[in-house]
Design a protein around this ligand. Structure first.
Ligand SMILES: *Cc1c(COP(=O)(O)O)cnc(C)c1O
Length: 361
């Protein structure tokens, strides 16, 4: 069996060791003669799986005790609604920073709930940079400040945590959570769909500071109310049990490999190689402000868009798959999440150099 080099933006590559363990346990989990998927979420065995997943995530991110970890569903997109439902409260106001596709979506959804102030935007630059913090027009009455630390489609990543004073900072970390160590104490809420850097689609992780619980508006559905979910240990209804189990295996894999300090070094090395190759060539290009280039999602273009189809087909022949850029930006994109091994990046670099040699004029 040959595994390909998978650069998919999401649902993305998972660690091979994790998939192998899940395979080995699929039919007969813990010697019980059934799959974890066929087990009630109310059993002590499954509750232990969920508790261990939470505990390992807490250790990896050094999550302080005054934060709750919630296992939810609906992806990051449902969080675009849950955040205002839970936090916008009586002021009905929130600040958002617009740095691209996903922050634009969050803003659009936020506007259904209240008064959304776009405190800063890099739209003028085509979202090629992060707006200078000194120029953000924050509203002192805002219930929270929402931003997108890594724009998965644009390949734009903050290199700082914005200081927003006492106003809770809310982050959509779907595509860069667990890519490096993080100071969770700077945040009010962190959320992430699992399918980029955590596990299979269907699980959404929310990390919320406990003083922000209990502020949901009355019409907030029971299942979307962070307080209810926290009070019931994310088992208000049936949680996505297989997703929680698999995320737990990924957390153990990360811990076993030395945790986030180690994975950060690998991630920085993978991204640096790729950007360096792009910058050193006249055939490939990346338009993003170098200071804010993402270490998880690397978009790049060929000198001639007419070669895109040829590039993708020859790449696939070399077991390099899912390199097509998002339709709104075109070109190529290599997503190099934690589970994408350094040798996959090396294989891509070798292919890119060969392709350039063949096709550059
Ligand atoms: C993928 C992604 C989303 C959308 O996630 P869903 O889980 O499909 O709702 C939102 N924000 C960011 C930053 C993403 O990368």
């Amino acid at each position: 069996m040959a595994r390909v080099h998978n650069f998919c933006a999401g649902p993305a590559a998972l660690p091979q060791e994790v998939l192998e363990q899940a395979r080995d346990e699929m039919l007969d989990w813990q010697g019980r003669g059934l799959s974890v998927m066929e087990t009630s979420h109310r059993t002590p065995e499954f509750m232990a799986v969920a508790a261990a997943a939470e505990q390992d995530l807490r250790e990896l991110l050094a999550i302080p005790d005054n934060y709750r970890v919630l296992f939810m569903q609906g992806g990051a997109t449902l969080q675009f609604a849950m955040v205002p439902f839970n936090l916008m409260g009586s002021s009905g106001k929130a600040d958002y920073i617009n740095t691209g596709h996903w922050s634009t979506k969050a803003i659009k959804e936020g506007r259904r709930f209240g008064d959304v102030n776009v405190a800063a935007s890099s739209e003028d630059s085509g979202f090629m940079t992060v707006p200078d913090r000194a120029n953000w027009q924050l509203d002192p009455e805002a219930a929270y400040v929402h931003y997108t630390p890594n724009e998965t489609i644009g390949g734009l990543e903050y290199d700082f945590i914005p200081d927003v004073g006492d106003v809770p900072l809310v982050a959509d970390m779907s595509s860069n959570i667990l890519s490096r160590p993080l100071d969770v104490s700077r945040y009010g809420v962190i959320y992430a769909g699992a399918q980029k850097n955590i596990g299979p689609a269907g699980l959404t992780i929310v990390i919320v500071r406990d003083d922000l619980l209990g502020k949901a508006v009355d019409v907030c559905p029971t299942l979307m109310n962070y307080q209810n979910v926290a009070d019931n240990d994310s088992m208000l209804n049936t949680p996505p049990t297989f997703g929680v189990y698999l995320a737990g295996l990924v957390f153990k894999w990360l811990k076993g490999n030395g945790g986030l300090e180690v994975i950060e070094k690998v991630n920085l090395r993978k991204a640096a190689k790729l950007y360096q190759a792009i910058d050193n060539s006249t055939f490939y290009s990346n338009p993003v402000d170098p200071r804010y280039r993402s270490i998880m999602n690397v978009p790049f273009r060929l000198a001639d868009d007419n070669l895109n189809a040829e590039f993708l087909s020859q790449a696939a022949n070399n077991q390099l798959v899912n390199l097509k850029g998002h339709r709104i930006v075109g070109g190529m994109r290599a997503s190099i999440y934690n589970a994408v091994q350094e040798d996959s990046v090396d294989a891509l670099l070798e292919f890119m150099a060969d392709f350039e040699k063949k096709y550059s004029k």
